[in-house]
Design a binder for this molecule. Structure first.
Ligand code: ADP
Ligand code: AMP
Length: 214
């Protein structure tokens, strides 16, 4: 299973990724998570990425592509993987194709989670994330059992700085400009399935699983 999760910020990619990787036993490769980890650890990459992330802009293609290429070469990706938040531009998608060609493999399905803008803002602004394990919550739709404490690992749950309303709006604009063209790109390749992401989490999950033929 070689999968891509496509969709605007706040659509539910990370939430659904957690279910999919468990079901298919494949690694979850989230470029956003990789950048956040590097920001937290204060690496050079983290410092570089943070400048773009804080503004709601995309990290340059060549930086992201190099990271994903290295990650896909790791052993745990041999039987499959789930890419979440990558590719995000046509250039990234074309480079991904080149990398996969070299590896003699291809993407099986691109799952496009479709959600309208007003819902996205509500979801992203209520999102909370565990600082320790990265688990995702929502103050209304998926609250933690104890306030600000992760149900899974007991870590501190916080609000991402790029989930401030102004930054979310900017990220949605960037999505429309840079990422939305990928819908046509993958439609033309015949690998796109579009899922109604405005349903509750369970229904979205069921639709994805059935689109994957399971
Ligand atoms: P993405 O990875 O696409 O940016 P997330 O998976 O982090 O999005 O989801 C954004 C926010 O919306 C999170 O707070 C999450 O708990 C919540 N969420 C995700 N899917 C749904 C859904 N189907 N219904 C309601 N809230 C959802
Ligand atoms: P995400 O966690 O997917 O919402 O990503 C958070 C931020 O990380 C984005 O707003 C970008 O600044 C950066 N980022 C993540 N993935 C990519 C990517 N594929 N290309 C460029 N920037 C990215």
């Amino acid at each position: 299973m070689r999968l891509v999760l496509l969709g605007p910020p706040g659509a539910g990619k990370g939430t659904q990724a957690a279910y999919i990787v468990e079901k298919f036993n494949i690694p979850h490769i989230s470029t956003g998570d990789i950048f956040r980890k590097n920001v937290k650890e204060g690496t050079e990459l983290g410092k570089k990425a943070k400048a773009y992330m804080d503004k709601g802009e995309l990290v340059p293609d060549e930086v992201v592509v190099a990271i994903v290429e290295d990650r896909l070469k790791e052993d745990d990706c041999k039987e499959g993987f789930l890419l979440d938040g990558f590719p995000r531009t046509v250039t990234q998608a074309e480079n991904l194709d080149i990398v996969l060609d070299k590896m003699n493999v291809a993407i099986n399905k691109v799952i496009n989670i479709n959600v309208n803008k007003d819902v996205l803002v509500e979801r992203a602004s209520g999102r909370r994330v565990c600082r320790n394990c990265g688990a995702t919550y929502h103050i209304v739709f998926k609250p933690t059992k104890a306030e600000n404490i992760c149900d899974i690992c007991g870590g501190e749950v916080y609000q991402r700085s790029d989930d401030a309303e102004a930054t979310v709006s900017k990220r949605i604009e960037v999505y429309i400009q840079e990422t939305q063209p990928l819908i046509k790109y993958y439609e033309n390749k015949g690998s796109l399935v579009t899922i109604n992401g405005e349903q509750d989490m369970d229904h979205v999950r069921k639709d994805i699983i059935s689109a994957l033929g399971e």
